[in-house]
Design a protein around this ligand. Structure first.
Ligand SMILES: [Fe+2]
Ligand SMILES: [Fe+2]
Length: 256
């Protein structure tokens, strides 16, 4: 299993030698990923329960396993590279100290609320559409793909933390599969039930400011100097991806 087979020895040596500024930035990235994967693993089962076909149930069950393995990989990274071994909850609690109110608004607010509503009403198409919009379109696409793009570009350029880059790249491969499901589900739903286009629009409007904010490292505000890119580059990338995906779904961004 990927979570336990990637060699992290070089990362552990490099971590000890990393300059303070770089270390703080990477620590923040790791904290974001640790908390994100914990939330994404534990706030998901409602969607498996809300499956339509057996094929959809099968896919969603494999996604849940992927997310649990992603969480295990980041916990192992904390154990072996960053800190002393601890339970996943201790890593998550420590990581949470790094994160912004905007991050909490999305992962503890919008996601948790949408998941609770889906568990309460698994046959409610609007509840399922809302959940997939938040989970697959906002968290996995707008936040996840953007973070992956700029963080791995930075680490490749710096030639550091090869174990992290290898694990994160394999995780990214899974994530593109998950996002494919989300786009499929939303496209079919909007095609067969055009009124659900409004559910997608309403769900996207509120969290978008928090999404832009939670992409920014805490110290620099909206400034990404440490990663060698500008806040504008990051927003352009995130918005470009969202625009393409919304077009595929049949809810063009101009209609928001
Ligand atoms: Fe994941
Ligand atoms: Fe995922």
């Amino acid at each position: 299993m990927v979570a336990f087979t990637i060699d992290l020895a070089a990362d552990a040596r490099q971590w000890a030698d990393t300059a303070d500024g770089d270390r703080a930035l990477i620590y923040w990235v790791l904290a974001s990923l640790m908390v994100a994967e914990e939330r994404i693993t534990t706030e998901f089962s409602g969607l498996v329960g809300a499956h339509g076909s057996e094929e959809e149930a099968t896919f969603l069950a494999t996604q849940q396993v992927d997310e649990a393995r992603h969480m295990q990989f980041y916990a192992r990274y904390q154990d072996e590279v960053v800190a002393d071994p601890a339970a996943i909850s201790a890593h998550v609690n420590r990581a949470r100290e790094q994160l912004s109110p905007a991050f909490e608004a999305i992962f503890d607010g919008a996601l948790v609320q949408a998941h609770e509503q889906l568990i309460a009403a698994p046959h409610d198409l609007a509840a399922k559409t809302r959940f997939v919009t938040i989970y697959h379109l906002i968290l996995e696409s707008a936040l996840g793909l953007t973070t992956f793009n700029f963080v791995t570009a930075y680490l490749d350029r710096e030639q550091v933390l090869p174990g992290f880059v290898e694990g994160y790249s394999k995780i990214h491969h899974d994530e593109t599969r998950h996002i494919g499901y989300g786009i499929w589900f939303l496209r079919e739903t909007v095609r067969d039930h055009p009124e659900q286009g409004d559910t997608v629009r309403q769900t996207l409007r509120d969290p978008l400011p928090s999404v832009a904010e939670s992409l920014a490292p805490p110290e620099g505000g909206s400034d990404f100097d440490a990663l060698g890119v500008s806040g504008g580059d990051v927003r352009t990338f995130a918005l470009g991806g969202l625009t393409r995906r919304l077009k595929l779904i049949g809810v063009p961004i101009e209609s928001l």
